[in-house]
Design a protein around this ligand. Structure first.
Ligand code: SF4
Length: 361
């Protein structure tokens, strides 16, 4: 049986561009957002008839800049078009500064039941270097306000890798997030992306050894606090794994709407051009095939090993399984483990995942 699909809506607007970010987004403007909302609804109506979906994810950009009414139109259109499960996970990525009581009530009314908050850190200096506009106090207040409004399913983004992020500094961030009872944490290493202000003027970063130490510190601290390190960059308390994001790693189908959105279904990967004007003007978004063999052996191994559940080796063709296990053996048990036919990467393996994948593929 095919797994239910996920629907991703890329919202390409931000109030201000952060200096490290290369996601496709533009400055918010009222009229363009209205045209964009119309275009998203047109494209939602063009999804395959009878499609079963159990996740809807508004990512960006800063989706929380949309009005409650615009979000409601999109969620209602999705419900009218696809067979959205009653218990569908509906996520909104939100900037802490946009989390007001009125916005929370509107998000609830639109059916949003999971918030992913771009907190990044609760240190003034770190937020300042990252060019984030919120303060630690505002981030914490946003979490409390969301919880008081009944949003239990919260995720926080955390960034690490700046030189000033010592072990103590990271410990403070982790303690603050766990003390706030945020059940899901996505932790990303700061990377300097081309064509961003940081590419021109990079901040001081920690060296490879310090990065590795921080990553393993995060693993130790959060697992001790009751989180499962269920994906290379993600930690969750039981029952709070991101249902939507797991579709990416398990190669379950997902449909992306909006400029720069990606999709994967029917054995192929697709991308919508990074062009908001064209997206708003077209009756239906254009999609380029970026990978005609999305379910190849290599993809399955690369994506599967990002997850703690790993890959079931009996799901692989005999010759490929034998070759994989032969190459994996010298990397066990430090970097890979094989338990009950499941090949998994250890946290030590995730740290050097590119090298491990090169060795086994
Ligand atoms: S990090 Fe988020 S808020 Fe900042 S520019 Fe990128 S998408 Fe926008």
């Amino acid at each position: 049986m095919t797994a239910p699909a996920g629907i991703y809506v890329h919202v390409p607007f931000c109030a201000v561009k952060c200096p490290y970010c290369d996601f496709y987004s533009q400055r918010y403007d009222r009229q363009t957002v209205q045209d964009y909302t119309d275009a998203v609804c047109r494209n939602l109506r063009a999804l395959p008839e009878g499609l079963h979906a159990d996740t809807l994810y508004f990512g960006g950009g800063t989706p929380s800049l949309l009005s409650g009414e615009q979000l409601l139109r999109m969620t209602e259109t999705a419900r009218e078009t696809v067979l959205l499960a009653d218990d569908a996970e509906i996520t909104l990525e939100a900037n802490p500064l946009t989390v007001t009581d009125a916005a929370l009530a509107a998000w609830k009314a639109a059916g949003i039941n999971r918030l992913s908050l771009g907190i990044q850190s609760v240190q003034h200096d770190v937020l300042r270097i990252l060019g984030r506009r919120h303060t630690p106090e505002q981030a914490k207040a946003a979490v409390k306000r969301a919880q008081d409004a009944g949003f239990a399913n919260l995720s926080a983004d955390l960034m690490f890798g700046l030189k000033i992020q010592s072990a103590d500094c990271l410990a403070d961030d982790l303690n603050a997030l766990t003390a706030l009872h945020i059940p899901h944490i996505s932790a990303y290493l700061l990377k300097i992306e081309e064509h961003t202000p940081f590419a021109e003027n990079p901040p001081a970063l920690c060296d490879d050894d310090a990065q590795a130490d921080r990553y393993l510190q995060m693993h130790r601290t959060l697992t001790a606090a009751g989180y499962t390190h269920y994906e290379i960059s993600n930690f969750a308390q039981e029952g709070y794994e991101s249902r939507h994001n797991c579709k990416y790693w398990r190669l379950h189908p997902y449909y992306g709407i909006g400029p720069a959105a990606h999709s994967c279904h029917d054995g192929k990967r697709f991308a919508v051009p990074r062009d908001l004007v064209k997206f708003c003007a077209d009756a239906r978004q254009t999609e380029d095939v970026t990978e005609p063999e999305a379910e190849s052996f290599t993809e399955r191994v690369m994506l599967g090993l990002r997850l703690r559940e790993g890959i079931r080796t009996d799901s692989l063709p005999d010759a490929e399984r034998d070759r994989l296990l032969r190459r994996a053996k010298p990397l066990m048990p430090d970097y890979l483990t094989l338990t009950d036919g499941r090949l998994t990467m250890t946290p030590q393996g995730w740290l050097v995942s590119n090298a491990v994948l090169t060795a086994i593929l």
